[in-house]
Design a protein around this ligand. Structure first.
Ligand SMILES: N[C@@H](CCC(=O)N[C@@H](CS)C(=O)NCC(=O)O)C(=O)O
Length: 253
């Protein structure tokens, strides 16, 4: 979606944070200029980019219509919702559902993401041999297992939310009857995990509702278009599949 638009989104392939604003913009059918920041030449550390995003992180957005430069994905979503209208419930029409969407959005960043950082941080420092270790004797592997279980238990909170949605006969969204900002906060993370080969299918007993939610919402045009199609089939250096296979072998023995 590149065109003469007042909006320029600075983003990065593989960044789940950066795909949040793009999903929202697709949802609102707003065109934007796409600036993919080239991390391989440390463009994110360049003086020019640091003026836009002082921490050197994506996403960032420039709106030339209002003269606003804004970074931090949740701040960008809030800005865009103020400009183009909320995604899903609004405070005036459904204050309860709107409040819930905002709570979930904050919870995702404050609890779910730290758990995922802990797991990926532990996985990242494993050697290739440790990633394939099926004995479970190695201390680093044991710590990764603990972090993995903590991530799954964070995940299960969302699985429960979705289970309750189903029990109430509501669609598989995180809040109420509509796709909302909470889904925009959550879905790119699931797509990222899938991309780095975190094997959701191996967790169908514990995360069955999350899997169904992901599969259903992947088909949504804004999610499909807002999450760069060029990721498809692209190899990743963050391939967690060996660890996942070894983990499930250890647990099934
Ligand atoms: N809390 C930030 C997180 C953004 C973030 O961590 N972006 C990563 C890419 S996934 C980044 O730009 N990292 C570069 C760096 O830390 O130098 C947000 O929600 O926008």
């Amino acid at each position: 979606m590149s065109n003469d638009s007042n909006l320029t989104l600075y983003w990065l392939k593989y960044s789940p944070y950066a795909c949040r604003p793009s999903i929202l913009l697709c949802e609102k059918q707003q065109k934007f200029n796409s600036h993919v920041v080239d991390f391989s030449v440390q463009e994110n550390r360049s003086a020019e980019f640091l003026k836009i995003s002082p921490k050197g992180k994506v996403p960032a957005l420039i709106d030339s219509e209002t003269g606003v430069t804004i970074y931090e994905s949740y701040a960008i979503l809030s800005y865009l919702e103020e400009k183009y209208g909320t995604v899903g419930p609004s405070f005036s029409e459904n204050p309860k559902a709107r409040a819930q969407a905002l709570i979930r959005s904050s919870e995702i960043d404050n609890y779910f993401i730290p758990a995922s950082h802990k797991y990926f941080g532990a996985w990242y420092v494993l050697t290739d041999e440790e990633r394939s270790d099926e004995s479970g004797e190695n201390e680093k592997v044991k710590q990764t297992d603990v972090a993995y279980e903590q991530l799954i238990s964070e995940f299960q909170k969302y699985d429960d939310v979705l289970k309750q949605q189903k029990e109430r006969g509501q669609p598989l969204y995180l809040v109420g009857d509509e796709f909302s900002v909470a889904d925009i906060m959550f879905l790119p993370l699931l797509l990222f995990f899938e991309h780095v080969k975190l094997d959701f299918s191996a967790e169908s007993n514990r995360l069955g509702n999350v899997i169904e939610y992901l599969e259903g919402n992947k088909k949504r045009p804004s999610v499909r278009d807002g999450y760069p199609a060029f990721w498809n089939g692209d190899e990743t250096k963050f391939d967690t599949s060996k660890y996942m296979q070894a983990y499930h072998k250890r647990k099934c023995q």
